[in-house]
Design a protein around this ligand. Structure first.
Ligand SMILES: [Mg+2]
Length: 218
């Protein structure tokens, strides 16, 4: 049975422990850094002048801006070859392994579901053996469908402002973490709001999550 509409997902069994819903690209797998290398290998470059892909990709041949449709095609090609390019974010696997002793962990990725099998293999190769939901629909409704009115503590981790916002509006009790692996893009990211924690790395994120779990119930 599909628990989450418009999504492909592994079997999801939640216990009565706290729940951590975690994005993948730029959070547990490097995205920006390998995508930059992929673009160069395909005759383009990403100039990190703002926190976005569209408008920041240029042809290496003539310096012209790469049209959005071509950026989308390149992103699709990157996802289709992700196992040759993407590597784990430093210390993500170790932090999640420790957190998994005390919490349920579910990956929620905005990647097109057709690349799910490839990604599943890549995640397992690096020790990320947690169930994954792949959907291009908004993340707030997906987290709400997963967690509902359960009383357990809930943590949501993502690099993208719009996803944090979506979860905030659908599941306001969630602790929101804005984790961005690439240093240049982290410096360019929009302010996600005072209620969002911006960890500098995974050990910092782990510390914040542990402190949240240790708090007395509201
Ligand atoms: Mg991401």
């Amino acid at each position: 049975m599909k628990l989450i509409p418009d999504a492909e997902h592994d079997e999801l069994v939640l216990t009565d422990r706290p729940l951590i819903v975690c994005d993948i690209d730029e959070v547990v797998l490097e995205f920006i850094t390998p995508f930059q290398a992929f673009l160069v290998a395909n005759g383009h470059e990403l100039r990190a002048t703002s926190f976005r892909l569209n408008g920041n990709v240029f042809s290496l041949a003539d310096g012209s801006e790469t049209p959005n449709a071509e950026v989308a095609r390149l992103e699709e090609a990157f996802f289709a070859a992700q196992d040759a390019w993407q590597t784990p974010v430093p210390r993500a696997a170790e932090s999640l392994e420790r957190l998994a002793r005390d919490a349920d962990i579910v990956f929620l990725t905005a990647m097109p579901p057709r690349h799910r099998a490839l990604r599943r293999g890549l995640l397992s190769k690096y020790g990320f053996d947690y169930p994954m939901i792949a959907t291009e629909a908004a993340k707030g409704p997906a987290v709400s469908a997963l967690h509902g009115e359960r009383p357990q503590r809930l943590v949501f981790i993502d690099d993208i402002f719009i996803n944090l916002n979506s979860v905030r509006s659908h599941v306001p009790q969630a602790l929101l973490l804005n984790l961005i692996a690439n240093d240049t893009f982290r410096a360019l990211a929009p302010n996600p709001g005072d209620d969002v924690v911006l960890p500098s790395d995974w050990p910092h994120a782990e510390e914040v999550i542990r402190a949240h779990f240790a708090q007395a119930p509201d």
